[in-house]
Design a protein around this ligand. Structure first.
Ligand code: KMH
Ligand code: ZN
Length: 291
């Protein structure tokens, strides 16, 4: 927590030369397998993707799962099997999504933590989400946060809008530090209805983060590259993956999640902040190794 000693607001920037945490979000809940054949939807596909992405430079995997018909599901038995399989086959930090799909109930989203992941996402407010609404009212946020604390699951605070940062400050002030004792945020930018995915907005958001928080950023769709370069320039970490973008370049579909991780790792290397290994990420994020 590089800035915590000063008490100054504003997220901590990586030190020059400090490694870059790369999170891969390989599946999401929005794309359909029929339209995006490279999307990993079975457990085998997810495990293969996880191994490839680890090789390419990822340290964290943000996981949404699908049912036998490739539809998004929060089935607890499947989630448990997924956590187990990912731990068996890689040393990645396994972060389960508690956001699910916009149609998932609060009850099922809270139950995700019972699958025993290392980490989870925790979105800090409601946001318009294209034609839909991604619901995260205060009561749900606080219940989810209390459950992360009691089970020792390390949350990553997902921030889709500047107002979510104010809600995060309130959460920390009222309920204290998360499991692991460290605050790590992910700026999810460029969602239609959320904050734009551009450098000026990223700088504004980072300056409002809690003192000493580390942060990553991801840009949805065509904001993917501007956000990636802005995050590296501002001393942040990166999230990439087919949850967030299915287009690699104009007119060219993403071939695999590993190619997105590989591109992020190459950019980080150019910035002289190479990809961080999972063991180092566990220290930074306060995530114990349960394997
Ligand atoms: N699928 C979105 C509605 C998260 O994973 O926590 C929510 C989402 C956020 O993807
Ligand atoms: Zn997600």
């Amino acid at each position: 927590m590089s800035d915590s000693a000063t008490g100054k607001p504003g997220g901590g920037s990586a030190r020059p030369g400090q490694a870059t945490l790369i999170t891969v979000a390989p599946t999401g809940a929005e794309s359909e397998k029929a339209a995006v054949p490279a999307l990993p939807v079975t457990l085998d596909e997810l495990v293969t993707t996880a191994k490839e992405c680890r090789e390419a430079g990822a340290a964290v995997i943000h996981v949404h799962i699908r049912d036998a018909d490739a539809r998004p599901t929060l089935d607890l038995a499947r989630l448990r099997d997924t956590v187990h399989a990912l731990r068996e086959s890689t040393d990645l930090i396994v972060q389960l999504s508690t956001g699910g799909a916009v149609t998932d109930s609060f009850e099922r989203r809270l139950a995700v933590l019972d699958a025993g992941p290392d980490a989870c996402s925790l979105t800090c407010g409601t946001v318009n989400f294209g034609e839909d609404v991604f619901m995260n009212p205060w009561g749900f946020m606080t219940e989810l946060y209390a459950k992360t604390q009691s089970l020792g699951v390390v949350p990553e605070f997902e921030l889709f809008d500047l107002g979510h940062i104010a809600a995060l400050h309130r959460l920390l002030a009222e309920f204290g530090l998360p499991a692991g004792g460290h605050v790590h945020c992910d700026l999810v930018m460029g969602v239609p209805g959320g904050m734009p995915g551009d450098a000026a907005t990223l700088v504004a958001a980072v300056s409002a983060l809690p003192a000493g928080a580390t942060w990553s950023a991801t840009g949805i769709g065509r904001t993917s590259l501007p956000v990636l370069f802005a995050a590296l320039a501002a001393g942040g970490h990166l999230r990439v993956g087919m949850e967030d973008t299915i287009t690699f370049a104009r007119g060219r579909a993403v071939a695999s999640n590993a190619e997105l991780v590989g591109r992020a790792a190459a950019a980080a290397e150019l910035a002289q902040r190479p990809a961080m290994a999972p063991a180092e990420a566990r220290v930074m994020l306060g995530v114990p190794d349960h394997r």
